[in-house]
Write a protein of this length. Structure first.
Length: 251
């Protein structure tokens, strides 16, 4: 099979996953957006967390042109991306008990905020405890995960639970176990992951819906503009100044 044929197959697979996410998760997307809109209207803050490649979708809605200014990254050192050496350290840290609690205890997250936890498998200690501990603090939690893992794998947390079990709203990414959409002769392992494409789309859909919900209530959502268009820096400066007590990536 040619490279072009494999590329076409990947696009087809990603498009089908996006279609399913749109059609089957519309209710959950709306519920997550309503939680975020409620929190913005009530003066709360929005945080997002993801470890490893799940952090890509989290970072994509933080300080983003066209994005909601109040979304803050809750970072766990060593787990945000693959910039640590060795890269496997990030995967190991996801399985460390107690790390999530230590991070939350030293973070600005407080009761009344919203935390979006992104974890493809939702089975490791870090995302499970992040959701558990956040809810214990009075934080509302949105989980973005693949429910297939909870059906066909075992939790790595001592409780035997998954991320989905500790959320106010769960959005299913529809990604299959292993996160690889293609197989082909001559390639020993399944390949072509689509979780980043789908999860990023889900996150952008939630933020877009939240912005629309706020506008429908007569509240202007604090959106950021591109710094590469005329007037963008000035616009963003005003937004960041107005909401400085709810934005933590600028301090």
């Amino acid at each position: 099979m040619s490279g072009n044929e494999l590329a076409d197959r990947f696009f087809d697979a990603a498009i089908e996953l996006l279609r399913r996410a749109r059609d089957e998760e519309a209710e959950h997307i709306a519920a997550a957006a309503a939680l975020i809109a409620d929190t913005v209207a009530d003066g709360g803050r929005i945080f997002v967390f993801g470890a490893g490649h799940s952090s890509i979708a989290a970072q994509d809605v933080v300080y983003r042109a066209g994005g909601l200014a109040l979304v803050n990254l809750l970072a766990v050192p060593g787990t945000v991306g693959v910039d640590v050496t060795p890269a496997t350290l990030g995967s190991a840290l996801e399985r460390v008990d107690g790390l999530a609690g230590a991070v939350l205890d030293t973070s600005p997250v407080r009761a009344g905020d919203v935390l979006v936890v992104i974890s493809l498998s939702g089975r490791n200690a870090l995302p499970v405890e992040m959701a558990m501990n956040a809810r214990a603090l009075g934080v509302r939690v949105v989980g973005v995960t693949s429910l297939a893992y909870a059906e066909h794998t075992k939790s790595r947390h001592a409780s035997g639970t998954f991320l989905k079990d500790h959320c106010d709203v769960v959005i299913d990414s529809k990604i299959g176990i292993g996160d690889a959409e293609l197989t082909a002769d001559g390639i020993a392992a399944p390949f072509a992951p689509a979780s980043t494409v789908v999860t990023s789309a889900l996150m952008q859909a939630v933020i877009a819906s939240a912005a629309g919900e706020l506008a429908a209530r007569g509240i202007e959502p604090p959106m950021l503009r591109s710094g590469n268009v005329d007037g963008g820096h000035e616009w963003n400066g005003r937004v960041l100044a107005e909401y400085r007590d709810r934005i933590f990536f600028r301090h």
